[in-house]
Design a protein around this ligand. Structure first.
Ligand code: PLP
Length: 372
């Protein structure tokens, strides 16, 4: 267990605009201790877009006290969480499908709409869970290359809609590129495309968006459109290992998807999620620390003159000019784990934000590897 020296943290963070945006002092006045998995203390694990600060202290406490209920099935403790999520999203509980991580939701949707030759349209590269799973069940996936700025090519995606198209997958912000769609373009696209097919908005990184009033596509769910949204507790809440997320969709759609869920989640994750949703302090802390770490990554990349895409997430996609397999191996020798190949961008790497210690290891490691 490592305690961050708050004064040191404040000094490092400075009074940047991100803190002003977060309401400044209340965030800074926190005393939050963090821990990392002991075996990871000397390795910067920056390859899976996790949040090293989570779960929050309050969530850990809640999980511990929830052990007594672990002999029961999750239905015992589930309803209050459903109500909390519904309230947060401004919809009814019938709109919510809770899943084992949002991945289970993505797969259930892939199965439902992709089975037996159903066609799915997605950007390339993007987060592939839904598509690769759907392909196992006979789906045909149209992979539409990202545009010159590494964002979704919405015009081409809409043009690809045909009579067999069952779903369009939008990952916004996108993984691995970190790009964010223009909010008006996104909304217009979803409204138009959802009259022809189902639109899926993966909002795993929504909380990291700093643009004010950026809409969640839950807005369109509320207007009864053919839109499904996924959210997760894995990122900003730092609960990737607990496996809990959810879908938001019109009740008739949610009911259909609910039937295709396989694993669901568990009582500890449910209690953790209930607590996470009211732990505003940690939520703000996570976002502030992410901004701080992302700026550190930008500084390193700027210093080394490496090209990168401005990120709206907790990771940065950057061009090394070296083959990614080799980069991963070289960086691992420096105790830094970085993101994997994302075809066709074999000379790019994805790095997740970590603690400031992680960022220092990354800085040192990357300088050494790029010099060699
Ligand atoms: C865009 C996107 N969606 C969904 C997920 C799945 O996350 P989880 O299953 O932990 O909710 C990830 C994980 O990295 C992701 O990047």
């Amino acid at each position: 267990m490592k305690n961050i020296d708050r004064r040191q943290w404040l000094k490092t963070a400075g009074l940047s605009s991100s803190f002003t945006f977060l309401g400044g002092l209340s965030t800074m006045a926190m005393d939050i201790s963090i821990s990392t998995t002991p075996s990871l203390n000397t390795v910067a694990k920056l390859n899976s877009n996790e949040n090293p600060y989570g779960p929050s202290k309050a969530v850990r406490k809640r999980i511990t006290s929830a052990f007594d209920t672990a002999c029961r099935y999750p239905s015992m403790v589930f309803k209050p969480l459903l109500e909390q999520i519904a309230e947060k999203e401004g919809v009814s509980t019938k709109h919510i499908v809770v899943t084992g991580g949002s991945t289970e939701g993505l797969k259930a949707v892939g199965l439902t709409y992709g089975m037996d030759g159903g066609e799915i349209i997605a950007a390339d590269p993007t987060f592939q869970s839904m598509m690769t799973y759907a392909e196992n069940f006979g789906a045909y996936v149209h992979r539409v290359p990202v545009d010159s700025k590494m964002g979704h090519d919405l015009e081409e995606m809409e043009r690809r809609i045909n009579s067999k198209t069952n779903l369009i997958f939008i990952c916004n912000p996108n993984n691995p590129t970190g790009t964010l769609l223009d909010k008006k373009k996104l909304k217009d696209f979803c409204i138009s495309a959802s009259t022809k097919t189902m639109v899926f908005s993966d909002e795993a990184y929504y909380d990291f968006i700093t643009e004010p009033d950026y809409p969640s596509m839950v807005e369109l769910v509320k207007e009864n459109m053919n839109v499904i949204v996924s959210k997760t507790f894995s990122k900003v809440y730092g609960m990737a290992g607990l496996r809990i997320g959810y879908l938001v969709a019109r009740p008739d759609i949610a009911k259909r998807l609910q039937k295709n869920i396989m694993a669901f989640t568990n009582v500890l994750a449910i209690e953790a999620a209930k607590e996470a949703l009211v732990d505003d302090e940690f939520y703000k802390f996570s976002i502030a620390k992410n901004v701080e770490a992302k700026n550190a990554i930008y500084n390193t990349l700027n210093d080394l003159g490496l090209e990168y895409i401005e990120s709206h997430t907790n990771f940065v996609f950057f061009k090394t000019g070296r083959l990614i397999d080799e980069m991963m191996r070289e960086m691992e020798k420096e105790n830094v784990l970085i993101g994997r190949p994302f075809p066709p961008f074999y000379e790019w790497a994805r790095i997740s934000t970590g603690t400031m210690e992680d960022m220092k290891l990354f800085d040192k490691g990357l300088r050494k590897v790029m010099r060699s």
